[in-house]
Design a protein around this ligand. Structure first.
Ligand code: HT7
Ligand code: ZN
Length: 863
C-alpha cells in the first residue's frame, strides 16, 4: 500500500471546465453519463488519468467518437486516455450499484433514499474523474428516476424538470460556482419538507429547504432556526453572505460522519438535524446548532476557497471549527463552550499526539485520507486559528480573513496562503508561528517560581517558563514553538500583578525560545501564577502549585475558565493520592475548600455545575504514563464516592435549590439542568438518594432530565438501573436515534456479563452493522468509554473489539478505522495491557483483505 506525500504535489495536467452528468438511478444498475470539457494544462504528453473505484465502464468517446480498446486503459483504480488533443469533450458511460454500497462513500442507499458522500475521495466511486480538490468545474446535473422516487436533488439551482416517460421523471440542476468534485451531491427519495426563507443583508432572497424522514417534520424546526442564526452571524461577524438562490439540507440515517457541506445541498446525519424537547438532550440541541453552522460556514471556508490538496485539510476544517466555536459561544455561553472544547483537546487530541497516529495539523504523509479527519486536523487546527485570533485581535483577524477572501475566492489554496493573508494584517512576524503547522505533538510548558526578599521587605518573584515538546512517533526532533501564554498572577487576596519588564501584554506573554523569565515585585511571598489561562495554546502545563494555591485561583482568578481549571487540577491530584495510597482519605483542607467554592458560586450555576464534574478517566490518562487501568479506575471511583459522601449536604442543597420548571431551551434553563444532573450523578452513589434518581426519571418532561437520571442510575443498584433501562427501551423502541443513548449506556456498564450484553445489543431489532450510528453507540462506546472492561487485564475487551472490527471492516472500513483508535493508543498503558493490545493489533494486521483504512492505523501503531 502506497503512501502519498505532501512534498510530491504536482499541479493537475489537465483542467475540466465543465461537467455534465446524466444519472439514471436504479438500486443495482445506476447509469452515469459524464460529459467533460477537458483542456491540457501547458505543453506535455502525459495521458489523461482519471480515478475510478468499483466502477463498471460501458463506453468512452472523445468529441463524439467512441474509443476502441487500445486507445485507453482501465484498471481497478484508474482510466487513462492517450490523446494528442489539447481541448476535447470526453464522454464516459459507466454503471454502479448503490444498493451494494455499504461503505457509504460515493452513491448509496440510506433507508431507501439515494444519497452521496464524496469527500474525500468518493466521487471516483460514481464516475471516472480527476478526483482531487484542485480541479474545479461548473456542474450541470440531470437526475432521472422512477416516479416512486419523487424528490430529485443536486447542487445549485433547479433549471428544468419533466417526464422522461410515463413512469420516469427528471430534474436538471446547474451550479454556477466552479467546485471540486468532493462537493458534488445528489439526493433522491421521498421526504417530508420544511421550507423557509432568508433575506441576506444585501437583499438577496434565499429559499431554505430541509428534508427529513416522513413524520419527522416537527423535529426539524430547531435546525432550520439554527441555520438562519448561522447565516446572520456570518454576515455580522465576517461580512459573508450566501451565494445561491436555494440552500438545502437533507437528513439521512446512514452516514459515516456528522454532515457534509456539498455546495447548496448539505447532507446530514439525522442525529445532527432532528431534535425536540422529548427526544433530544440539551447537548443534542447544542450539537445540531453547531453542526448546522459548521456546514453553513464551509460555504466560504471550504467551498468558495477550497484546499489545493488533502494535506491542507485543516485550512478548511480548523478554520471552520474555529468559526463554529465562536458562533456557539455567541449563541450560548463562552465559558461552557471553552470548557467543552478544551475537554475534547485533553481527552482525545492529546491522546492522538501521544500515539502512533501522531501527525501535525498539516500531515506530511497519508495512505487513506479518511483516516486524517482527526481531532488533530479539526480541533487542534481550530486552536491554531484561535491563536491567530488571539495574536491579531478580533479586528486584525477580520482584516486577515477579508484579505484571504480577496486573494483567493474561487481558488484551491494552501495553509501557507492562509498564513500569508494573516501576515498581511499584522506587524507580528509569523514565521516561527508556522511551526504549528508542521510540528506534531503536545508542547509542555513548565513553570518555575522563586523568590528573593530585598532589605526593604519587597519580594522579587522570578517566574521561568520553559517549553519542551516530547518526541512523537512521526517526528523525533522538535523546535521551540511560538506560544501565546495567557498569564494571571494573584496574591491571596486576589490582587493581580503584572511583571516589572512588561513582558505581559494584555495578560499574555509570548514564549518563543526554550525558556523565558519575568519578574514581579510584591509585598507578599505568596503569589500564584495562573499559566496558559483559557487554554491560550494547545499545550500541557506543569505548574507545581499546592492545594492552597489552587484554591486561591478558584477564589480569585478573574477568568472563570481558570477557576474551573484549578478545580480540575485539584481533583486530578486527589485521584493521584488515592492511586498511590488507596486507603487514604482526602484532607479536610480540600473538602472545606470545595465547600467554600460551592458557597461562593451558588448563584453561578453554570460555573458551579462544571466545577463539580470530576475529570473523566480519559482526561486523567493524559497526566499519567504507564497506566494501570484498574488502579486508576478504582482511585477515580473511590474519589467520586468520597466526594458524594463528603459533600452530601451541599450537593443535596444544590439539587433542592434548583426548581423544576417547565422545559425551555434558554441558557439559564440549560445551566440549571446541567448543574442539577451533575449533582444527581454524585448523589446517585449514595443508596439513600436512589429514590431521587427514580423520581426524576419518572417525572422528567424532557430528554436531558430523563437521560440525566438514567446515566446517574449507572451508579445505583443494578435492579434500579435495569428497571429504568427497560422502561426507557419500551418508550423509545420506535426511535433508533434515541435508542442509541440506551445502547451507549448499556455498552459502558462495568459489569461482568458485558460481552453477553453487547452481543445481545447487536442482535437487537434496531441494531444493524450497516448503520454507523448504531455501531458507534454500541461498539464505539464500549471501546472509547468502558475503560475497565475494554482494558480488562486478561485482554478480553481488546479481543472482543477486534473480533467485531474484523467483521465491520468488510462492511464499512471508515467506521472500523475510527473505532480501532483506542486499541492503537497502547503506548500510555502498563505493559500488561500493552501485550494484549499489540496482540490484537497483530491479528488485524495479519488479516487477509484488511482495508487500507485499518491497515494504515494498525501498521503505524505496530511500527
Ligand atoms: N467536510 C466533511 C468531512 C467528511 C465527511 C463527512 C461525512 C461523511 C464522510 C466524510 N468524510 C469527510 C465534514 C465536515 O467537516 O464538515
Ligand atoms: Zn468541516
Amino acid at each position: 500500500v502506497q503512501a502519498k506525500r505532501r512534498a510530491d504535489y504536482q499541479p493537475p495536467a489537465f483542467s475540466i471546465a465543465t461537467v455534465d452528468l446524466h444519472i439514471t438511478l436504479h438500486p443495482t444498475q445506476t447509469k452515469v453519463i459524464s460529459t467533460l470539457s477537458v483542456t491540457r494544462n501547458g505543453v506535455h504528453d502525459t495521458p489523461l488519468v482519471l480515478d475510478g473505484d468499483n466502477l463498471s465502464l460501458d463506453s468512452i468517446s472523445i468529441n463524439g467518437t467512441y474509443l476502441s480498446d487500445n486507445e485507453y486503459t482501465v484498471t481497478d483504480s484508474a482510466l487513462s486516455v492517450v490523446t494528442e488533443l489539447d481541448e476535447f469533450v470526453l464522454e464516459i458511460t459507466n454503471t454502479i450499484a448503490p444498493e451494494h454500497n455499504k461503505a457509504l462513500e460515493g452513491l448509496y442507499l440510506s433507508g431507501g433514499a439515494y444519497c452521496t458522500q464524496c469527500e474525500a475521495e468518493g466521487f471516483r466511486r460514481i464516475t471516472y474523474f480527476m478526483d482531487r480538490p484542485d480541479v474545479l468545474s461548473v456542474y450541470t446535473v440531470t437526475v432521472v428516476a422512477d416516479k416512486s422516487v419523487p424528490m430529485l436533488l443536486a447542487n445549485g439551482n433547479p433549471v428544468d424538470k419533466g417526464e422522461v416517460d410515463e413512469n420516469t421523471h427528471f430534474v436538471k440542476w446547474h451550479d454556477p460556482h466552479p467546485k471540486p468534485c468532493y462537493l458534488f451531491a445528489l439526493v433522491a427519495g421521498d421526504f417530508d419538507l420544511l421550507t423557509d426563507s432568508y433575506t441576506t443583508t444585501s437583499g438577496k432572497e434565499v429559499a431554505l429547504e430541509l428534508y427529513v424522514d416522513k413524520g419527522k417534520k416537527s423535529q426539524g424546526i430547531f435546525a432550520l432556526e439554527s441555520l438562519k442564526r448561522a447565516m446572520k452571524w456570518d454576515e455580522d461577524v465576517f461580512g459573508l453572505e450566501y451565494d445561491l438562490d436555494i440552500y438545502m439540507i437533507v437528513a439521512v440515517d446512514f452516514f459515516n460522519m456528522g454532515a457534509m457541506e456539498n455546495k447548496g445541498l448539505n447532507v446530514f446525519n439525522s442525529k445532527f438535524v432532528l431534535a425536540d424537547q422529548k427526544s433530544a438532550t440539551d447537548d443534542d440541541f447544542f450539537n445540531v446548532e453547531s453542526v448546522i453552522a459548521h456546514e453553513y460556514f464551509h460555504n466560504w471556508t471550504g467551498n468558495r476557497v477550497t484546499c489545493r490538496d488533502w494535506f491542507q485539510l485543516s485550512l478548511k476544517e480548523g478554520l471552520t471549527v474555529f468559526r463554529d466555536q465562536q458562533f456557539s459561544a455567541d449563541m450560548t455561553s463562552a465559558l461552557s463552550n471553552r470548557i467543552k472544547h478544551v475537554r475534547v483537546m485533553r481527552e482525545h487530541q492529546f491522546a492522538e499526539d501521544a500515539s502512533a497516529m501522531s501527525h501535525p495539523i498539516r500531515p506530511e504523509e497519508v495512505i487513506e485520507m479518511n483516516n486524517f479527519y482527526t481531532v488533530t486536523v479539526y480541533d487542534k487546527g481550530a486552536e491554531v486559528i484561535r491563536m491567530f485570533h488571539t495574536l491579531l485581535g478580533p479586528d486584525g483577524f477580520r482584516r486577515g480573513m477579508d484579505e484571504y477572501f480577496r486573494r483567493h475566492d474561487g481558488q484551491a489554496v494552501t495553509c501557507d496562503d492562509f498564513i500569508s493573508a494573516m501576515q498581511s494584517a499584522t506587524d507580528i512576524d509569523l514565521t516561527q508561528f508556522t511551526r504549528w503547522y508542521s510540528q506534531s505533538g503536545t508542547p509542555v510548558i513548565s513553570v518555575a517560581h522563586s523568590t528573593e526578599v530585598n532589605d526593604d521587605g519587597i519580594v522579587k518573584h522570578s517566574f521561568t517558563l520553559s517549553q519542551h515538546t516530547p518526541a512523537t512517533s512521526d517526528q523525533k526532533e522538535k523546535l521551540p514553538l511560538y506560544i501565546p501564554v495567557n498569564i494571571e498572577i494573584i496574591d491571596d487576596e486576589g490582587k493581580s500583578y503584572t511583571d516589572n519588564e512588561s513582558l505581559i501584554k494584555n495578560g499574555m506573554v509570548i514564549l518563543k525560545d526554550d525558556s523565558m523569565r519575568f519578574t514581579v515585585e510584591a509585598k507578599t511571598t505568596n503569589l500564584t501564577p495562573v499559566v496558559l489561562g483559557n487554554f491560550s495554546a494547545p499545550a500541557k502545563v506543569e505548574n507545581p502549585l499546592g492545594t492552597e494555591s489552587l484554591l486561591t485561583i478558584f477564589k480569585h482568578a478573574k477568568d472563570p475558565f481558570n477557576r474551573w481549571d484549578a478545580m480540575q487540577t485539584l481533583y486530578d491530584r486527589c485521584v493521584k493520592q488515592l492511586e498511590e495510597s488507596p486507603e487514604s482519605g482526602i484532607s479536610n483542607e480540600i473538602w472545606n475548600g470545595i465547600k467554600q467554592a460551592i458557597a461562593q458560586e451558588q448563584n453561578n450555576l453554570e460555573l458551579l455545575g462544571e466545577c463539580l464534574v470530576i475529570p473523566s478517566f480519559e482526561t486523567l490518562c493524559q497526566s499519567r504514563s504507564n497506566i494501570n487501568v484498574s488502579a486508576l479506575s478504582k482511585a477515580r471511583k473511590a474519589f467520586c464516592d468520597q466526594f458524594a459522601r463528603g459533600l452530601e449536604k451541599e450537593l443535596l442543597d444544590i439539587f433542592n435549590s434548583i426548581e423544576q420548571k417547565a422545559y425551555s431551551y434558554t441558557q439559564s434553563a440549560i445551566n440549571e439542568r446541567r448543574c442539577k444532573n451533575v449533582v444527581l450523578a454524585h448523589l446517585a452513589r449514595l443508596p439513600q438518594h436512589e429514590h431521587i434518581v427514580v423520581s426524576q426519571f419518572d417525572s422528567a418532561d424532557n430528554m436531558t432530565d430523563t437521560l440525566g437520571a438514567l446515566g446517574s442510575a449507572q451508579h445505583c443498584s443494578a435492579s434500579t438501573f435495569d428497571s429504568l433501562m427497560a422502561q426507557f427501551e419500551e418508550t423509545w423502541n420506535h426511535d433508533p436515534l434515541v435508542l442509541d443513548k440506551w445502547f451507549a449506556l448499556h455498552a459502558t456498564q462495568n459489569r461482568d456479563d458485558i460481552f453477553a450484553t453487547i452481543t445481545m445489543l447487536c442482535e437487537h431489532p434496531q441494531f444493524a452493522m450497516s448503520n454507523p450510528n448504531r455501531v458507534r453507540s454500541v461498539i464505539g462506546s464500549f471501546a472509547f468509554y468502558n475503560s475497565e472492561k475494554f482494558h480488562a487485564v486478561d485482554g478480553s475487551g481488546y479481543k472482543f473489539v477486534t473480533d467485531y472490527l474484523l467483521k465491520l471492516d468488510a462492511v464499512n472500513p471508515q467506521v472500523a478505522a475510527r473505532i480501532v483508535t483506542p486499541l492503537t493508543q497502547w503506548q500510555g498503558y502498563a505493559s500488561e495491557h500493552q501485550v494484549h493490545m499489540k496482540q490484537q493489533l497483530g491479528r488485524l494486521l495479519n488479516h487477509k483483505g484488511l482495508s487500507k483504512d485499518l491497515f494504515e492505523k494498525v501498521s503505524k501503531s505496530l511500527a
